[in-house]
Design a protein around this ligand. Sequence first.
Ligand code: UGA
Length: 463
Amino acid sequence: MAVIALKCPSIEVVVVDISTTRISAWNNDQLPIYEPGLDDVVKQCRGRNLFFSSVVEKHIFEADIIFVSVNTPTKTRGLGADKVADLTYWESAARTIADVAKSDKIMVKKSIVPVKCAEAIEKILKHNSKGINFEILSNPEFLAEGTTSNDLFNPDRVLLGGRETPEGQKAVQVLKDVYVHWVPVDRIITTNLWSAELSKLAANAFLAQRISSVNSMSALCEATSADVTEVAYAVGRDSRIGPRFLNASVGFGGSCFQKDILNLVYICECNGLPEVAHYWKQVIKANDYQKSMFVNRFVSSMFNTVLGKKIAVLGFAFKKDTGDTRETPTIDVCEGLLGDKAAIYDHQVTEDQIQRDLAMNKFDWDHPIHLQPMSPTAVKKQVTVTWDAYEATKGAHGVCILTEWDEFKVLDYKRIYDNMEKPTFVFDGRNIVDAEKLRKIGFIVYSIGKPLDAWLKDMPAVA
Ligand code: UGA
């Protein structure tokens, strides 16, 4: 919304939320999320044509176009639990809009919701519409965290889905006119509603599949002494495959990939396509396998126990340049690793967030309870959160690098080695350190999908 405000000075953009705390955070100097470039964009237009407000109904009443970006948590109970998106918040937003609106509106779905959601929302609106016309469009977002500014300023494509009726097509054109302020017209794709919704899930599923594919190769590389970076490079040079998104890692995280694939799986199952559902489920299973292999390597190299040992965890966010911890692989790795002592360091993630994430059940992060203060009894793990990588590693037996922050590439590893217990291990879950340099210092180094040190070969891990 901030980018739309920046690029379209003639359009007034009001971001509304029922949470006054969240809105006041957006009106503050210190924005509530860390995202390179965002501060600058918000500060250029806030108060000019970008406003943050908790007076929801007034702004719904006044708006011509309403972008709906409410939360769609994964259901944790009932039909479709652990798979399907819960549409409670969508339904309540639709009901509020139907109650308040006195003029025709275009409603744009930004939330990632399963195919056919538009139909359900349409039903609510049509039955409460008092003669008002609501046109529903789907405009899925393809930005990635950490690179939001570039993704929004120079998108590969903008996708607009609408009904194939004259009114639907007119609404698509209205939204297209917003994007043409800065997006070349040939990058704006228009489709029917179903195609737009499914394309979003499909794009994320394909991206996640690439990571699971390269990660599956990493296990084979370790077993055969091939090097996954070399394999990925050679494979990616085929222009039909391409070089991006082929970095082997401890596993993918984030709020989108797993959730979108689970939605896809559920839709396949509901449509009598169990084999297709099974196919996509494997992408998640391979990701879980990757995380457990990492843990098993670590534990087996330490004589099959980490009890009584201190582990330093460098990086908690699900990737660099974000403070977001949703579905971060670090949570699963910590679950598997934490004996009785661990020190975690990530300069973008607070101690409260780390403790909260380690205490939460699967998918709890996706529910509003996540935003409430945590009860002290909810803390399950004994961890220290430090604000310095040297402090985290002092006296530790092993270091796990779990987020690819640039700062971890340039740490003084000699200093770290001197202050650690011996033998001294580095487990690089992101392949960012110079393993040879570290071995010369004295570390035993594990890098994903690379030929193994003799120590690790002698202590094989099984998932
Ligand atoms: C992802 C998609 O990339 C966006 O296009 C999409 O709009 C977004 O989800 C969404 O649905 O909102 P995001 O989750 O922000 O974006 O982050 P990614 O850059 O896709 O990374 C996801 C995970 O995969 C991270 O944990 C990352 O470290 C990991 N990854 C990525 C790898 O392990 N290897 C790679 O080669 C690339």
